[in-house]
Design a protein around this ligand. Structure first.
Ligand SMILES: Nc1nc2c(ncn2[C@@H]2O[C@H](COP(=O)(O)OP(=O)(O)OP(=O)(O)O)[C@@H](O)[C@H]2O)c(=O)[nH]1
Ligand SMILES: [Mg+2]
Length: 193
């Protein structure tokens, strides 16, 4: 897809619809962003460290929610890992309301301090309606489970990005005669590879 997109970019550059096509390509090409968010002291930095480097992702961003000193961050990363401890706090439920499983995973941190991590995870899942993964950041097996969850979530994010790109290019091709032919060639190219 990358090569076909590069050909589309060169074929349309400088034409009236070229900038629109270039914008769509840039959005598809931009590295995925992962954000770790949560209330002060819940273990965000430890979770980010346990996650380590995720391939194809810009460095993990850390955002504080519900801090008396800092305005709440806008959680606009492609994937948000929202860290809680024990049970979701009202501020967590507020931050999570309206979020979807497609771009949000709740991380139940400090799992080593919970008497029954499975029950706590199930309760957090029920109250947030989001997927929950429990983690003790000092435990390598937990860290690797978290990485697997993040990788699976990224596959979903990447495929939604690709669908958005195709829809944008189809719309650009339909609206802009100057790029129509190149977009059609790209869509044919892509179907073949
Ligand atoms: N028992 C236990 N403690 C943890 C775990 N993860 C983090 N902690 C401890 O919790 C405290 C806060 O962890 P941080 O990662 O600094 O939390 P944070 O959310 O980044 O904190 P702020 O940046 O101050 O908002 C530290 O003392 C950590 O050592 C865990 O899995 N288990
Ligand atoms: Mg921190």
């Amino acid at each position: 897809m990358r090569d076909a997109l590069a050909r589309l970019g060169s074929a349309t550059v400088g034409t009236p619809g070229g900038e629109r096509v270039a914008g769509s390509i840039a959005r598809w090409t931009a590295p995925l962003r992962v954000g770790v968010a949560g209330r002060p002291g819940v273990g965000k930095s430890a979770v980010a460290r346990a996650l380590g480097q995720v391939s194809g992702v810009t460095p993990v961003e850390v955002h504080v929610v519900d801090s008396p000193d800092i305005p709440d961050a806008i959680l606009d990363a492609d994937l948000v890992l929202y860290v809680i401890v024990r049970t979701p706090h009202p501020a967590d439920l507020e931050a999570l309301s309206g979020r979807h499983a497609t771009d949000t995973v709740v991380v139940l941190a400090k799992a080593d301090t919970l008497v029954d991590r499975d029950t706590a995870a199930a309760q957090a899942q029920a109250s947030t309606s989001l997927p929950v993964v429990a983690i003790d950041t000092g435990d390598e097996a937990d860290a690797s489970t978290l990485r697997a969850v993040v990788e699976a979530a990224f596959e979903g994010v990447a495929s939604r990005r690709s669908r958005a790109l195709l829809a944008e290019l189809e719309a650009a091709g339909a609206a802009e005669p100057s790029v129509c032919e190149a977009v059609e060639a790209f869509l044919r190219d892509r179907a073949r590879t």
